[in-house]
Design a protein around this ligand. Sequence first.
Ligand code: AMP
Length: 186
Amino acid sequence: MILAFLGPPGSGKGTQAKLLAEKLKVPHICLGDMLREEVKLGTAIGRRAKELMEAGRLVPDELTIELVRGRISREDCRSGFIVDGFPRSEVQAEAFDQMLKELNLELSAVIYFRISEEQALKRLLLRAKLEGRADDNEATIRTRFEVYEKQTQPLIERYLKVGKLIEIDAAGTIEEVFQNLWEALS
Ligand code: AMP
């Protein structure tokens, strides 16, 4: 099963992607984590991404496209994977279609995690306290919501049109949301 997880910051998609990937025994490809790792290692990609990430803006499409292309071309992705936080723009979605085609793979579904901005904000501020993520402060979170609305939200329509969108109520506890997700997939 090839799945992409889509949702605003704080929708819990990362947590759910990790749980589902463990259960399905497929790779969890988390773009945010991959980029944070590049920053930590001080690679060329990391150096280009750092400031944009701290500001809550998207890093250039070609960076994420290359990261995803490299990752999903590997053998362990042949029988499925979950990509979390990608695609996040129309350009990324186009490139994703193209690379899947080249690899002879088919997207099973895009899972959209629906949640109110108010509740997502609450979660992110709590996470800021617990994990101390540099981009979990109120100003940056606002930017991340704006960026999401402008650049990522239009993808909902795109995947709805091709019959690939599955919408999940993401407002509950981790267990409740996972239950919703599991039922929606079965
Ligand atoms: P996340 O952990 O998913 O909230 O991602 C953290 C940050 O990484 C985002 O605010 C962006 O700066 C960057 N990022 C993650 N995924 C993407 C993507 N698909 N395209 C562009 N930037 C991304």
